[in-house]
Ligand binder design. Sequence first.
Ligand code: SAM
Ligand code: SF4
Ligand code: SF4
Length: 334
Amino acid sequence: MVRDALSRPLRDLRISVIDRCNFRCSYCMPREVFGKDYPYLERDEILSFEEIDHLVTSLLPLGIEKIRLTGGEPLVRRDFVKLVEMLSRHDVELALTTNGVLLQQFARPLADAGLNRVTVSLDALDDETFQKMTDSDIKVSQILAGIDAAIENGLGPVKINTVIRRGVNEHSILEIIEHFRGTGVIVRFIEFMDVGSSNSWRMDEVVTAEETRSIINEKYDLSEIPPVDASHVAKVWQTSNGDKIGFITSISQPFCGSCTRGRISSEGKFYNCLFADSGFDLKPHLRARVSEEEIQEMVTGVWEMRADRYSEMRGEQTNASRIRLPIEMSHIGG
Ligand code: SAM
Ligand code: SF4
Ligand code: SF4
């Protein structure tokens, strides 16, 4: 097992399969920046399925336990189910993060192809807020139908990722919890993060996990569940009737010390951190079909040098101001 400079193993691999998306969430791909003229990657610039599979085969022996496919929106990548079919042959947990727009259509084929689990992003249950946040005309009912299809096809436990932005969707906190009560779906509240350089992040728009919990406590008694595994980023609490609720506290309580995630961008760069300003370009090596051992050696070298702990360092700054970063979440994969 490979360990970084702070003794953290490489356990999770997040692979961004595409930098494009059918939504324009204001906190991720605001339309003013990600318009028609945005320089998205061309098809031949992104890794092919064979290249992704070669990469995964090479890296698994380093101790990878989980692979998460993300983006951009993974389900807009053509023939995405084929990639799942290829990767599910490996002995590793395979999960997907999606905005759910195409999930009703793909849940069954994805389950048949061997996908294990799905996380769906959903920030509101009323169409007005949802459409405003995603800058789309998609109705919430379409995402809910996708979530139902995921449950029916055994892609659970389904998790919901909800980003709360002050003054925009605090009212969604209780509505979402109430909607998923007793369904086994795990709702996770994510603090609005300062990733990338285009989402005009401001600290005063961050609703912290503590604030979110105090809103939930108005209606439900929450108690904390001790973490099973330190590498789980969400702090999990539960209501008195056993519904689990997660909190991802990247801003208020960073968890870099137990961060075991390596990231592959859609064009094949390996990043040590969501906030890294540069990545190691694996594509030329994957295109040259270098051996699994050589890929493994390169990534081992990169990981062993890893000392990234951006979120903790942000907190150490006196005014909690952001450092502008060149890499967008849609590019590196959320
Ligand atoms: N398109 C897919 C989706 O939305 O689920 C996968 C990619 S998206 C980048 C992955 C996750 O990142 C989503 O749950 C999204 O809410 C989250 N995300 C994006 N920008 C964020 C930000 N600035 N702060 C916190 N979470 C963010
Ligand atoms: Fe697309 Fe996901 Fe980013 Fe929203 S959060 S713009 S759905 S990649
Ligand atoms: Fe991991 Fe970087 Fe996030 Fe810290 S800031 S938890 S090191 S991805």
